[in-house]
Structure formats: C-alpha cells, structure tokens
Design a binder for this molecule. Structure first.
Ligand code: AR6
Length: 170
C-alpha cells in the first residue's frame, strides 16, 4: 500500500526517484514549479522535452496526461511531466485534475519508481482553489492502484501545507 507523506518545501530539493512537474502542453517550460525544475535540473531536461515534441508529442502533451524524462542535475532519477487543467468557474474539470495524478503514478509504475514527489498541481498559475485541489490530490492518490511505496506531497507555503494535512487527517 502506498504511504502518503506531506512536507513543506521546494520540490526541486527532494531526494526521490521521480519528481512530478506541473507543466503545460508545450513541455517547453514556464513559471512556477516548471520554471524551478528546469532551472535546477539544467538543460538536459529541456533537451529531452524537445525530443518528445519532435517524436511522440508533436501537438504537445494533452491535459491530464503524463510523460517522463531524465531529471538532469536534480536529486532524482526522473521528472514526470503532467499537464493539469486550468481552473474554470463554468466547467467542472476535476476529472482532468484527478487524471494528472493517476497518469503520473501510472508512468511512475512503468519506470519502477518507488518514491514520487508531487506538487499541488494546477493550484498556482492555473488558479485551482487550494482546498479543492488538495482534496482531489489526496483522494486520487489514496484510490490509485500503484506499486509506488511513498507519495510525498511537497507544498510551497503554509496554506497549501495546511490544506493537504487536513485532507490527509494529519
Ligand atoms: N516547489 C513546490 N511547490 C511549488 C514550487 C516549488 N519549487 N513553486 C511553486 N510551487 P504552478 P500550475 C507551488 O503555478 O498551477 C507553469 O508556467 C505553487 O505555489 O507551478 O499547475 C507551467 O508551465 C502552487 O501551489 O503550476 C504551466 O503553464 C503549485 O506549486 C502552469 O505554470 C502549482 O503551481 C501550470 O500551472
């Protein structure tokens, strides 16, 4: 069974098998977690992303899907890039957010990753309300069938950490 843990901190500093990136469809970088991962991991990650765009993902990575690359200089073996949905007031996109977590774990299983660090996908630039984002993250990982041993949620600030620990009952 997967053990779920929760820490406050910077995801690029985590010593885990795989770090999940809250990317966008282009896979070519951005702000937030994405910018931090590319900055800390170095150009090898962007090179691998460009290769993906030139091969399997010519139109980009669809929302709710995930794909792995090298982690470059990060203290991890892989980065799993996933694209969360943008928050919408008029449309319920929860299934896509759940899919980002589920698909990331499916890719982690394929890689044989035992420890995986997740950020709070979609809760930054994509505007998802933190409490709901935490609820979906925790419920989806709890229900997932995965060979991953530890899922570590890495939360950047106190409100995010408080939301996740509340949903985890910690
Ligand atoms: N470590 C852990 N959490 C972080 C870090 C960090 N280093 N930096 C930010 N967060 P975001 P999104 C938190 O915006 O909402 C990019 O431009 C942040 O406080 O990184 O899925 C992509 O290219 C927030 O709670 O991702 C896309 O275009 C959470 O991580 C777009 O942003 C996610 O915030 C994706 O937006």
């Amino acid at each position: 069974m997967v053990t779920i843990t929760c820490v406050r901190g910077d995801i690029t500093q985590q010593h885990v098998d795989a770090i999940v990136n809250a990317a966008n469809s282009s896979l070519l970088g951005g702000g937030g977690v994405d910018g931090a991962i590319h900055r800390a991991g170095g150009p090898e990650i962007l090179d691998a992303c460009r290769d993906l765009r030139a091969s399997h993902y010519g139109k980009g990575l669809p929302t709710g899907r995930a794909v792995a690359t090298t982690a470059g200089r990060l203290p991890a073996r892989w980065v799993i890039h996933t694209v969360g949905p943008r928050w919408s007031n008029s449309e319920d996109r929860s299934a896509l957010l759940a899919s980002s977590y589920r698909e990331s774990l499916r890719v982690a299983d394929e890689l044989g990753a035992m420890t995986v660090a997740f950020p709070a996908i979609s809760t930054g630039i994509y505007g998802w309300p933190m409490n709901d984002g935490a609820h979906i993250a925790v419920a989806t990982v709890r229900e997932a069938k995965t060979t991953v041993r530890e899922v570590r949620f890495v939360l950047f600030d106190e409100p995010a950490y408080a939301a996740f620990t509340a949903h985890l009952g910690l």
